[in-house]
Design a protein around this ligand. Sequence first.
Ligand SMILES: Cc1ncc(COP(=O)(O)O)c(C=O)c1O
Length: 441
Amino acid sequence: MASEFVLGMYPEANACLQSNRKSELDGIDATASKKIPLQQGYPPCKMVDRVSEIMKEACQKRLTEEAKTGSNLLHYGFRMGDPLFRAQLAKFLTDQYGYDVRKERLLATCGATSGLYHLCTMFFSPGDLVFAEEPSYYLALEMMEKDIKRKIIHVPLDTKGILPEELESTVKQFYPKEGFVPSKERLYWSMVYLISCFQNPTGACLSEDRCKAVVAIARKYHLLVVSDDLYGPLHWSFDTYGRTPSHAPKPLKYFDREEDEGFFGNVVSNNSFSKIMAPGLRIGWMEGPPVVLAKFACSAYFVSAGDFNHFTSGLLGTALESGAITNHIVETRRQYKEKIVAMQQVFEEKLKGVIKYSLPEGGFFVWIQLPTNMNCDDLMALCQKKYNVTFACGNKFTKNPGSLSNFIRISFSHLEKDTFIEGVKELSDAILELKATNDSQ
Ligand SMILES: Cc1ncc(COP(=O)(O)O)c(C=O)c1O
């Protein structure tokens, strides 16, 4: 078959093959547009530089120790992951979340995208349903729908996360009349994908009541809930004296308690070091119930290859042990909070009563409702023409066409404070100009 014919099957093929930049695939070529890119959900360059120093030290230390003991991270790994990584990660998570995270429940991955992909393909098949928040992280939706042919069914959320009553009524519409009985071949009837802490794009956190309700629904309808929890440790809620950071909001997994009567194991916390350290590390982890972890541990994939990311997870084990990662996160939170406070001042001065948004207490994102009847595509067109700023259109975060065109998402993580605030001011001016035009029509 001629290669033109094969490539012709993918309209975007040539663009994807020729462009090697992630930002272009995000829909906006930030490098080419030279505008202030408020859409980019990446950590800041200076922080990634700091991670580089942490990794240099960890690599030096770990490989020197390995030379003395005769062990070698470059051999095939353990099925469930490097023991130091699992032990140090459990300690780190216990400190971050304030509950006892057990190392036996952790498995290294190559990041949250890898974790989600493998959970989908290990437990489900093409054509299966995935219940997902609306709005949600658009590339996870794309990956599940386009790459592995799942059918996305949206469920709405508000400032406290997904609405459990809506989740249950939506699930019921599809649940088999004859019920479902788990078997070795099929452990779960269907899957729920959500982001329980500092959601992408809304910044919402699932409240404790709703966490409990979602777990009860998952148990009742034999659902596997995969929660991307990448943003939890990036919170800046402080204790009553305003000095020491309190714990991060507990991830949904915490509420699927093994001591509960009727426990099966319905929630996986799918995590990553991409946001709290650096995405190029391609390292993450799952905190999962025994029934999920056993499926991986017994798979031929693991028997053949060992755990997903042996070398890097080993280095991360050493970096976690040194305390450098915790210090790095504390500094990151401080800088993010500064940017959010400055952003709030600009919005108060320029856009009071014009836009609606909830001030996030962590994560990377602010979800903004534009004035009534203002369309994000019109705003983008105006910015492309006249203002020095780009952002992410609400439309991207749903599979229901047009349902979120009154929203935009901006990210405060990547840009240095001054540039970020300049972008926020540009955006505010663009919103005011478009509002004046719309109002006069
Ligand atoms: C909710 C969510 N999941 C997954 C990812 C990607 O994570 P990773 O780099 O670990 O694959 C992102 C990145 O934006 C995200 O926001």
